[in-house]
Design a protein around this ligand. Structure first.
Ligand SMILES: Cc1cc2nc3c(=O)[nH]c(=O)nc-3n(C[C@H](O)[C@H](O)[C@H](O)COP(=O)(O)OP(=O)(O)OC[C@H]3O[C@@H](n4cnc5c(N)ncnc54)[C@H](O)[C@@H]3O)c2cc1C
Length: 331
């Protein structure tokens, strides 16, 4: 392991440009790491300095507070994708879309619908990101994690990762960092689905059309993607609410959060101070230029209150809110 003194820790680094929301103050301390050894050193450094650490991937599901982060932000940029038969081992800092492109080029099926989701593999596992009927967890075999208390590495099988809708045991859990993951995919020729290359192209085209493909020049994508999860509620609520879009989710039902938001009086393109809703999707809160985290949370609070009042449904934020001190704004 390299000497801890060689760590290139920077001070007062602006976080906004490292997020797709382009919002947030500065990190008191910041390091970009490319190896797991450096990651461990960075955690040790934070412990020695008695400052909290925060792991940042592609910053596409993070809202940093305007006041910044009084700690060490570790930007994970580890790379490497290796194939062995139908197994792919990938480092946490790889872009998720690079992994998907690699799998599709190798004619390995199972993750092609995740094409174009911004961000890194590590976070996609933490958030169990998904789209077009596929979720990241489905083809995971195992996940390599670092325990930040003991600095020991271990391998967890999929069943130990507690995956759920946009969640896992790693979410909001600073004591576990995802280092790498092994996916077990299917032979693309044998898979029942259509040609996986075509699926990938179709998904990418649809995402671009709907402004769900991150593009810093498209104002509808300056966001953290969907700001609210689709709420999972008791079936009885449907009887009470009447005609409302929903679909089965185990023994409950999942509601379309975007529909609830629109019905509560927040249509696509709604504006509030320097933030608003995407012109294409009412679930996406966007930064219209000089937006602040405070404004994002004010708008989110207004929406949550209206939806609760009108439908009795509590919306829950999907992005990770980091560095907020006001209790009402804290995750
Ligand atoms: C335009 C747009 C479209 C989107 N579309 C979708 C979509 O279709 N489906 C979907 O699910 N999401 C979507 N998102 C949200 C987002 O892209 C995903 O949640 C993505 O997986 C986040 O990856 P990231 O690397 O950017 O995460 P970050 O924002 O960097 O991190 C997210 C969380 O993961 C933690 N984390 C990151 N790396 C690690 C690690 N190695 N170990 C432990 N914790 C870690 C962070 O601390 C943080 O809590 C979209 C976002 C945008 C802007």
């Amino acid at each position: 392991m390299e000497n801890i003194l060689e760590l290139k820790i920077k001070e007062n680094v602006r976080l906004a440009p490292l997020t797709t929301f382009n919002i947030g103050g500065k990190a008191k301390f910041f390091i970009n790491i490319q190896t797991n050894d450096k990651l461990i050193q960075a955690i040790e450094w934070a412990k020695q300095q008695k400052v909290p650490h925060y792991i940042l991937g592609g910053g596409s599901n993070t809202l940093f507070a305007d006041s910044g982060i009084d700690g060490l932000v570790i930007h994970v940029n580890t790379h490497g994708i290796e194939r062995s038969g139908e197994w792919i081992k990938v480092q946490a800092g790889e872009d998720l879309d690079n992994l998907v492109a690699f799998a599709v080029a190798q004619n390995l099926a199972g993750i092609e619908c995740l094409s174009g989701i911004p961000g890194k593999v590590g976070s996609a596992i933490v958030q169990n990101s998904g789209a077009f009927g596929q979720e990241t967890y489905e083809h995971i075999d195992s996940v390599e994690v670092l325990d930040t208390m003991t600095l020991e590495k271990s391998i967890l099988k999929k069943t130990d990762c507690e995956f759920g809708y946009r969640t896992s045991r790693f979410k909001n859990n600073p004591s576990k960092i995802v280092l790498s993951a092994t996916f077990k995919l299917e032979d693309g020729f044998a898979a029942e689905s259509e040609n996986i290359w075509e699926t990938r192209q179709r998904v990418l085209a649809t995402r671009k059309e709907r402004s769900s493909y991150y593009d810093s020049k498209d104002p509808n994508t300056i966001s953290a993607g969907c700001f609210f999860k689709n709420p999972v509620v008791d079936k009885k609520l449907i009887d009470k609410l009447g005609a409302i879009p929903h679909w089965p989710q185990e023994n409950k039902v999942k509601l379309a959060a975007g529909w609830l938001v629109e019905q509560a009086g927040f249509p696509k393109g709604y504006t509030y101070k320097n933030v608003g809703l995407s012109q294409k999707h009412s679930l996406i809160i966007i930064n219209r230029g000089k937006g602040t985290a405070q404004q994002v949370l004010e708008l989110a609070d207004m929406i949550k209150k209206k939806v609760l009042q009108q439908f009795g449904v509590q919306l829950e934020e999907e992005p990770v809110l980091v560095g907020f001190t006001q209790p009402s704004l804290k995750q």
